[in-house]
Design a protein around this ligand. Structure first.
Ligand code: HEC
Length: 312
């Protein structure tokens, strides 16, 4: 009985879908017909395109003439090194991939690099001292780090602003009072806030790592930019940031290696952590969800088999 019922249902379904199937089968034929009638229109389109290509030709000729004109006018020839920016090499980061986790020892060293070097120019307005707990700092350590800074608070009951030592709940102290002051101190360039810098740059970690290692002698043909430093990986190459890191600049406790590439690797991992402190929780949740779905799919299959077991 059940079998005939389901067979009837199946037939009904087939009947209902048949027209759509037929239409689908017709489609190529009708398309071809449409194409045939549209061929005139297509011809028109190509005709209207033709003048454009004609127009492009003089433009090209002009472009070709330009360098010659420049040379005649005595301008310096274009510098090939100045034109192209190489892609940063891909690095292996422990926090990448589905199961990636932060290398906390490196992140801690990176914070030290930020604190001792980068923080004199770059703010991190989305980080507060208590966020250092995520790096493994104890409440006492956090208090002492915060205590090294003085922040402006207020107004008090007399309506005056006052200075006080920073508390764990304060945001990282910015090196400059405002963007104008930051530009004035850096040859007109604004050192960007570093809280989300890894996310804000194409190639994120790889780019910042390459940038920190990318300071070189400028090629002889390069234009002279006042206050500019030649960096292989900075778009345009003339970066207003002086080379911030050098071999042995920061000494780590426990004698961790502190050559320039090591320091750069550490500070990049700190910046990656700062840009996404909850990454590990997010990935763990994803894995749990996938596991749940797998188990749930198994249960659903068992249920389906049970429900349909009598239908042969
Ligand atoms: C003396 C001040 C100074 C210090 C110290 C400094 N920076 Fe910078 N940084 C700048 C300035 C200024 C810019 C903007 C450069 C520009 O636009 O030409 C900048 C830009 C950057 C950029 C962005 C480049 C881009 O693509 O826009 C990164 C990344 C960066 N700095 C990383 C660091 C790191 C990491 C440190 C610490 C190791 C550091 N900086 C230390 C001044 C500084």
């Amino acid at each position: 009985m059940k079998k005939t019922l389901s067979l009837a249902l199946f037939a009904l379904l087939l009947a209902a879908t048949a027209p759509t199937l037929a239409v689908a089968a017709d489609a190529p034929a009708s398309e071809a017909a449409a194409k045939a009638s549209g061929s005139e229109a297509a011809a028109e389109v190509t005709a209207s395109k033709a003048p454009e290509t004609d127009k492009a030709a003089p433009a090209e000729a002009e472009a070709a003439a330009k360098p010659a004109a420049a040379a005649a006018a005595g301008e310096a020839p274009a510098c090939p090194e100045e034109k192209e920016t190489p892609e940063p090499a891909k690095q292996v980061w422990p926090h990448k991939g589905v199961f990636g986790r932060y290398d906390m020892a490196s992140v801690q060293r990176g914070f030290q690099v930020y604190k001792e070097v980068c923080s004199s120019c770059h703010a991190m307005k989305f980080m507060s001292y208590r966020d250092l707990a995520g790096l493994g700092y104890t409440p006492d350590q956090i208090k002492s780090v915060a205590g090294e800074y003085t922040v402006t608070d207020g107004p008090n009951d007399d309506g005056e602003m006052f200075e006080r030592p920073a508390r764990p709940s304060d945001h990282f102290k910015a090196p400059f009072a405002n963007d104008k002051a930051a530009r004035a101190a850096n040859g007109g360039a604004l050192p960007p806030d570093m809280s989300l810098l890894v996310k804000a740059r194409e190639h994120g970690e790889d780019y910042i790592y390459a940038l920190l290692n990318g300071y070189e002698e400028a090629p002889a043909c390069a234009t002279k930019v006042p206050g500019g430093n030649w960096n292989k990986f900075f778009p345009g190459h003339h970066i207003k940031m002086p080379k911030p890191l050098a071999d042995g600049q920061v000494s780590f406790s426990e004698g961790a290696p502190n050559n320039l590439p090591d320091e750069a690797r550490d500070v990049v991992q700190f910046l990656a952590y700062a840009s996404e402190p909850h990454m590990e929780a997010r990935k763990f949740m994803g894995i749990k969800v996938i596991l749940f779905l797998l188990v749930f799919a198994g249960i659903m299959r068992a249920v389906k088999r049970k429900v349909w077991q009598d239908v042969k």
